[in-house]
Design a protein around this ligand. Structure first.
Ligand code: 13P
Ligand code: SF4
Length: 341
């Protein structure tokens, strides 16, 4: 009897594919080994064609791997930029290469578009740390105190909130409300870092980013001992002592800008791993030391899954209309607050 064997189909890296993608390899060759390119190129080639056929744009977060971020993405950035840019998309389809809350936010900002996420299981430990019922309980406990909600939350949680923020604009958002105290959810470390920059009293929640909570001040001390003169930049989802030990703290976009503007000889980004690859490609004169942690959720997004999303037009992100209307208000209020700080 003949046994059926499972066969994993992989497209050939033909001379035609090699020729069509050669200019893209030039962009990433400093961080993608030549031996890996024949694995990536056929999917990249297919995705570029599918984007044309589906009239789709790819939005990619700064934590996406370099072969995604630098070859097939039309718009890249931090959470704030992706939310803003999603609202302006005119194409029919948005493929969100990032985690689920980012795809939901894109849908909220541009409800008429088809928003696809290549892997719907790409979650976030912060988004999972709080439910809409938790927010209602907080509001009952602190009546009249406005709720400022980090975008790393579900649409249902945003719908219970007065206004959203990202790490790029959290202080400006808190201060825009003109009140003495706010409920700030769900990241307790971001809450501490915001509290250190404002007189507004912050009532926090106990959520944490599973990637950034692992960094310690001792990591930074070791870096400085091993690399005298190194500049250390940390994401504000790190605990307060880590941020205090760093030379600069800011959103992924703020870190990127800091490096681009100052061109330090040597830098370490205390954040997710792909960020260093992407910022390094844009800043060839800067040496990156990489004490990073991987975000397992961001890493669920891969080229084969992006290709499948465009082939099958799934998985589409939907938000229930009543939730969407309220959540959209909170995101739009944030966007109206203005330039990131
Ligand atoms: P940014 O808004 O800084 O891009 O951060 C998003 C995020 O998930 C960080 O962990
Ligand atoms: Fe969420 Fe942290 Fe991953 Fe960002 S890095 S998506 S906050 S788990």
């Amino acid at each position: 009897m003949q046994r059926a064997t499972a066969k994993i189909e992989m497209d050939a890296y033909t001379p035609e594919v090699a020729a069509r993608t050669a200019h893209l390899y030039e962009r990433v060759k400093r961080v993608v080994p030549a031996i890996e390119w024949p694995v990536f190129a056929p999917d990249i080639d297919a995705i570029l064609e599918l984007k044309r056929r589906r009239n789709a744009v790819v939005l990619a977060h700064n934590y996406q791997t370099p072969e995604i971020f630098n070859t097939i993405a039309d718009i890249v950035g931090d959470s704030l930029a992706l939310a803003r840019e999603a609202a302006k998309v005119e194409a029919d389809v948005i493929v969100l290469c990032g985690v689920h809350f980012m795809a939901e936010t894109a849908k909220l900002m541009n409800p008429g578009k088809v928003v696809l996420i290549p892997d719907p299981l790409a979650g976030c430990s912060l988004a999972e740390s709080i439910t809409a019922a938790d927010v209602r309980a907080l509001k009952a406990r602190y009546p009249g105190v406005p709720v400022v909600t980090y975008v790393n939350t579900s649409a249902a949680v945003k719908a219970e909130s007065d206004i959203c923020c990202t790490s790029g604009n959290a202080v400006a958002v808190v201060e825009s409300l003109g009140v003495d105290r706010v409920i700030f959810i769900p990241d307790e470390f971001l809450a501490k870092n915001v509290a250190a920059q404002t007189r507004v009293e912050i009532i926090p929640w106990q959520g944490r980013c599973e990637v950034h909570e692992r960094f310690t001040p001792a990591d930074i001390a070791t870096l400085r001992a091993q690399h005298p003169g190194i500049q250390v930049l940390a994401h504000p989802e790190c605990d307060r002592p880590v941020v205090e030990a760093a030379d600069f703290a800011g959103s992924t976009a703020a870190m990127q800008k800091w490096v681009a503007d100052r061109q330090p000889a040597q830098v370490a980004l205390i954040t997710e791993c792909s960020m260093s690859d992407n910022v390094a490609l844009a800043n060839p004169a800067v040496e990156f030391v990489r004490p990073c942690n991987l975000c397992p959720h961001m890493k669920r997004i891969t080229l084969p899954k992006i290709r499948r999303a465009l082939e099958t037009m799934s998985v589409e992100v939907h938000v229930a209309p009543d939730v969407a209307a309220r959540a959209r208000l909170a995101v739009e209020r944030m966007v109206a607050v203005g330039a990131p700080r």
